[in-house]
Each structure stands twice: as C-alpha cells, then as structure tokens.
Design a protein. Sequence first.
Length: 279
Amino acid sequence: MSIDDLRSRNLAPRKLIRAPLLRRESIGQAYHVLTFDAPSDCRAVAGQFTMVRGAEWGDAPLLPRPMSYLTAGEAPSILIKVFGEGTVRMARAEPGEPFELLGPLGVPWRAPTEGRRQLLVGGGVGIAPLLFLARDLADAGQKPVVLYGGRGRYDLPMRHDLKGICELQVTTEDGSRGTKGRVTDVLGELLGGDTEVYTCGPDRMMAAVAKMCAERDVPCEASLETPMACGYGVCLGCPVPLTEGGYIYACTQGPCIDARRVDWTGDHAPTRVDTEATS
C-alpha cells in the first residue's frame, strides 16, 4: 500500500450483516475488543463506524450503538469501554453470539498530505480509529507520531498494539505511565509547519487540540460522534454546531471533519458515543 492508495480508495456502500462474535478480548476490567466473523469482506476505511446491536437483545437496549472500526476485513473489530447497558451486554458476550452490524458508515479520515508528518492524538476508546489509521500509514511506509493519553495506566488499552508502527508518546494524568499530564502538554513542542493532526477522544481534549492547531495554523481533523439512532441521516439525532453557523450531521457529514469548523463552545457541542452517550 502507498500514500496514493490511501487517497484513491472508494468507499463501500453500507449494508446490514448478521455476524457471530468470533472472540472477545478483555483488557483490564473496563475495556474489551470484540471481533466478528463477517459473512463477507468488510471494506471499512479508517475513521468510519458501524452501528452494533446484539441480535438476541430483544427490546432492551433497543437502539444499536455507534462504534468506530478498529479493524476491517473478514474479521472486523471494535473497541468498547463498559459504560451503559449496551456495552455491558457486549462485555458479557461469548463467542458465537449473533450480532447485527450496519456499516461502513460516515466520512473517513482525509488522506494524509504529501510532505507533512502525521501527529495522531487520542484518548480513551478514541484511539480505535487512530490505530486503524496508524496501521494504514505504517503499511504505506510512514511512521506517524501517536500521542496517547489517559487518566491512568489502565486507560491505555491499545498501547502495546501501537508499538512498532509509530513513534509512541504516552501521557497519564496520575503519572502512572509515561509523562505525567495530558496529551496537550506535549503536543505543542511537536506542532510545526510540516505537521498535520488527527484527533479522537474526549471532547475537551479534542477542543484543546483544535485550539492549539488553529493558533499555529496546523491542519487538524477530528472524529466526532454524537448520540444517534440510525447512523445514516434519517433520525437527525446527531447535529454538530459549526463555527460558521448552522449544523452538520455527524453520521453522514462526519464523523471526520476539519476541527476548525466545529463550535466546541456551544451548549450543543459534540459528545462522543463510544462511551455510550445513548444509554
């Protein structure tokens, strides 16, 4: 794969598939990676998401959960953090349990810019689409810098997966792993005219990253997700306010968007749903 390959990929149409759980990997008490046995190749691109629901859940919880793809292909996977009823059910699922997945959905990360170095800034389960992107960049011969932050060492579930494919810098607020502090404490010294940023994670983190990039005129793209019921523009439940006024819908005009366009300060600022804001 080359950078040109990343730029020229066509997006696959969405489809609803029924896929049994292939395996569930627990990472500590809160995080799990769910891998599914897809009936056909999942052609999701880094940054896209899927609506996930257990096929045997019945009426509760009723709505599917939007989750970023961690991997695609014949065994697509997602990273979850136990938070609400839906993720509790996922965290208890056993191999063979049937799930319904609708995807791939949404606008993926934009292709990397020639001549710029990619800085990937993530926290929590927001690391999932960034790890997907980092693997693509590594396959294309690039070695991005990944800033990965959490409250403590147990909030870095994909740390070992990132080693070897990027220049990894870890921060924790309690100092239990890597540099004590937040990702924004180390981002500033890396920003320059030859860099571009991709960020995904808690909204306050992304807002701070977006502000730093705007002040230094560094391109920055953020992955946004809000509570939603459908994932493809019918329910209109995922509006995101824009700095130029008006809204976009995160499911069809996102989740990946130029961070400078997002109004991070309003009452209706985006809220990530990987932590299950829909519960």
